[in-house]
Design a binder for this molecule. Structure first.
Ligand code: IFM
Length: 399
C-alpha cells in the first residue's frame, strides 16, 4: 500500500443504518412479530433499539461532526403503510425531515426503501412470494415519493435481497420444524428470489419515473465464496443462487451495492465451518478484511459496467482497535481494486451505531456506542479515525 491514497472528491464517505435496528418500537413490522414468537434465532426483542426514531438529529450531528459526508438509512414500510393501502402522512413527513436534516448537516442521504422488514399485514398475505408483492412494494414507494423526490441522489430499493430469500427458507424451517444445514447459508427460497428481482426492477422503474434524477440500485450480501483447491465447481454452484443471480439482476442499474464482512470457505462437500485457528468476530464470522477486495472484483465481473458502492462493511467486536485494523485492511483492498480499474464510487461503514443485530444486541458493529438504558451515544476511537477521511479525502491507514 502506498502512503496517502486520495479519495476522489465526489467519493461517498459514510455510515449505514437500518430503521428496525435503530429506531425502536417498530411494532407493526413482521420482525417485531418474529421477535415475540418462540424462535430459535431470537435471543431478545428489539424493544427501544437506539431510540433513533426520536434521536436521529443527535445521530446525524455526531456523524457530521466526525467528518462523514454521507449517511445511508432506511425508511420503514410498516410505519408508512400501517394497514394495506392506508398511508401515514406523519411517517412520510418524519422521513422527509430526516432527509432535510441530513442535508442541513452536510450529510448526503442515501435512502433504502426496504431493509429486511415489511408490515405485518404483508407477511400475513404471504410475504414476497405471494402474488402481487411487487405491485404492493411499488405502491408503498409511490406513496413515499415525498421522502426522496428531491435532494436524494441515491435510492437503494432492497437491502440484501439474497439474505431476505434465505431468511424465507429459515422462517419456513421454524414453522415446519424441518432442520437447516448446520454450516453455510440456507438455500434461498426460489419464489422469494424471483419476487424480489421483479420487485427491484419494478421499484427502479417506479422511483425513476417519479424522480428521474435518482440513481437507483440494490445492495447484495457478497458471501465471498473461496474454493479450496479442486472445489471451484462446488463453490460456483453454491454461490449462484445465493449471490450471483442477485448480482446479475443489477446489470444495467445505476449502481450496485457491495456488502462484505467475511468469507465462506467451500470444500468438495460444500461450505466449511470457520477454521479452528481463525480469529472470529462477535457474530462468529472469520475476521477477514480482504473479503472486500474479493467482493468488489466478483461484483464488477458479474455486473460489468455497473458502478459499485460499498454500502456495508464492518465487523462486530468489543475491541475497537481491532475494528480500526479490520477497516484499514478492507480499505486497502478497496484501494487496490480501484487501482486495478474497478469503478467504486463510495464506502459506507456498517454501522454508525451499536444496534439490534437481528435477534440480539451483543454483536456490536457500531462506530458509536449506545447505552442500552439511557441511549447516551459515545463515539469510539474508530469513529474519529474513519470520519476524518471525509474531511481530508485521504484514505485512513493504521500506519
Ligand atoms: O446488521 C446487518 C445488516 O442489517 C445487513 N447486513 C449485515 C449486517 C451485519 O450482520
Amino acid at each position: 500500500m502506498t502512503d496517502a491514497r486520495r479519495l476522489p472528491d465526489d467519493f461517498l464517505w459514510g455510515t449505514s443504518t437500518a430503521a428496525h435496528q435503530i429506531e425502536g418500537n417498530n411494532t407493526n413490522s413482521d420482525w417485531w412479530f418474529f421477535e415475540h414468537q418462540e424462535n430459535p434465532y431470537v435471543k431478545e426483542p428489539s424493544g427501544d433499539a437506539c431510540d433513533s426514531y426520536h434521536r436521529w438529529p443527535e445521530d446525524m450531528d455526531l456523524l457530521a461532526e466526525l467528518g462523514f459526508t454521507d449517511y445511508r438509512f432506511s425508511i420503514e414500510w410498516a410505519r408508512i403503510e400501517p394497514a394495506p393501502g392506508e398511508f401515514s402522512n406523519a411517517a412520510i413527513a418524519h422521513y422527509r425531515r430526516m432527509v432535510e436534516g441530513a442535508l442541513a448537516r452536510g450529510l448526503r442521504p442515501m435512502v433504502t426503501l426496504h431493509h429486511f422488514t415489511t408490515p405485518r399485514w404483508f407477511l400475513e398475505r404471504g410475504g414476497w412470494a405471494a402474488a402481487g408483492s411487487d405491485e404492493l412494494f411499488a405502491r408503498y414507494l409511490t406513496a413515499a415519493e415525498p421522502v426522496y423526490a428531491t435532494d436524494v441522489a441515491h435510492v437503494c430499493t432492497i437491502n440484501e435481497p439474497n439474505m431476505v430469500a434465505s431468511m424465507a427458507t429459515a422462517y419456513e424451517s421454524v414453522i415446519s420444524g424441518r432442520p437447516l444445514p448446520t454450516t453455510g447459508l440456507p438455500a434461498p427460497d426460489r419464489a422469494t428470489t424471483d419476487a424480489l428481482i421483479r420487485a427491484h426492477h419494478r421499484a427502479t422503474e417506479t422511483v425513476k419515473s417519479l424522480a428521474p434524477h435518482v440513481k437507483a440500485g440494490w445492495s447484495v450480501a457478497n458471501l465471498v465464496c473461496r474454493a479450496l483447491p479442486g472445489a471451484e465447481d462446488v463453490a460456483a454452484a453454491y454461490r449462484r443462487p445465493r449471490v450471483d443471480v442477485f448480482l446479475e439482476a443489477a446489470r444495467g442499474d445505476d449502481w450496485l451495492g457491495v456488502q462484505s464482512y467475511t468469507r465462506t470457505l467451500i470444500g468438495p462437500d460444500g461450505p466449511l465451518p470457520v477454521p479452528e485457528d481463525a480469529e472470529r468476530t462477535l457474530t462468529g464470522w472469520e475476521y477477514y478484511p480482504d473479503a472486500l477486495g474479493y467482493a468488489l472484483r466478483h461484483s464488477a465481473a458479474t455486473a460489468p459496467g455497473v458502478p459499485l458502492i460499498v454500502t456495508e462493511n464492518g465487523l462486530a467486536t468489543a475491541d475497537d482497535a481491532r475494528r480500526i485494523d479490520y477497516t484499514a485492511g478492507a480499505l486497502e483492498a478497496l484501494a487496490d481494486a480501484m487501482d486495478d480499474g474497478i469503478d467504486v464510487r463510495g464506502y459506507y461503514h456498517w454501522s454508525a451505531l451499536d444496534n439490534y443485530e437481528w435477534g440480539r444486541y451483543a454483536p456490536t458493529f457500531g462506530l458509536i456506542a449506545v447505552d442500552r438504558e439511557t441511549f447516551v451515544r459515545t463515539p469510539k476511537p474508530s469513529a474519529a479515525w474513519l470520519g476524518e477521511a471525509g474531511r481530508t479525502r485521504v484514505l485512513p491507514t493504521t500506519a
